[in-house]
Write a protein that binds this ligand. Sequence first.
Ligand code: CA
Length: 229
Amino acid sequence: MSKILIIEDEESIADLERDYLEISGFSVEIENSGDTGLKRALEEEFDLIILDLMLPKVDGFEICKRIRENKNTPVIMVSAKKDDIDKVRGLGLGADDYMTKPFSPSELVARVKAHLARYERLIGSNVTDNEIIEIRGLKIDKTARRVYLNGEEKIFTTKEFDLLCFLAQNPNHVYTKEELFQNIWDMNSIGDIATVTVHIKKIREKIEMNNAKPQYIETIWGVGYRFKM
Ligand code: CA
């Protein structure tokens, strides 16, 4: 549920805005003073802020400026005076929208929805995809450190995951057990190259249909292992 902060000193207006927004499914908080409004806008996470221009203690100009210095939360600025709105626009304080009071609550709700949708698109486009290696039904999500075989998650230990990942990232490359041990286990690890054999066996039990004819990790006799591309 999107969380909206209304900073408005006229309580009846703030309450009306809140009622309409709550009916539309938003969670709404109200601050009636500029100083407390600014504090909450900076310290808490809201999805959108409706900001009145003329406020006691700290005015909307200052609040908008301070919000913009710190975060990208959409701000809809409202004022009873059209002249003030024009002035704010001219100052380029970075509000996302401006409305002159009185406005219809449904107009406010429509604008709130539009800005939230726009902001989500903006944020969404910045989300980086997980780094994924996908080959013949085997999906290795490097970011989440999870492995799926034909859509079904397989549980891997840390070393099993590291080993599979290392091989899959370097396909068609034959690694000796010594090389794998050095790459996956640090020098001080207890164990030896037999550890590699044991881990390969465990990985195969999880991802290979037939260990005699491996689809993913091939044994190169007398040398080591190779991830089949
Ligand atoms: Ca006011």
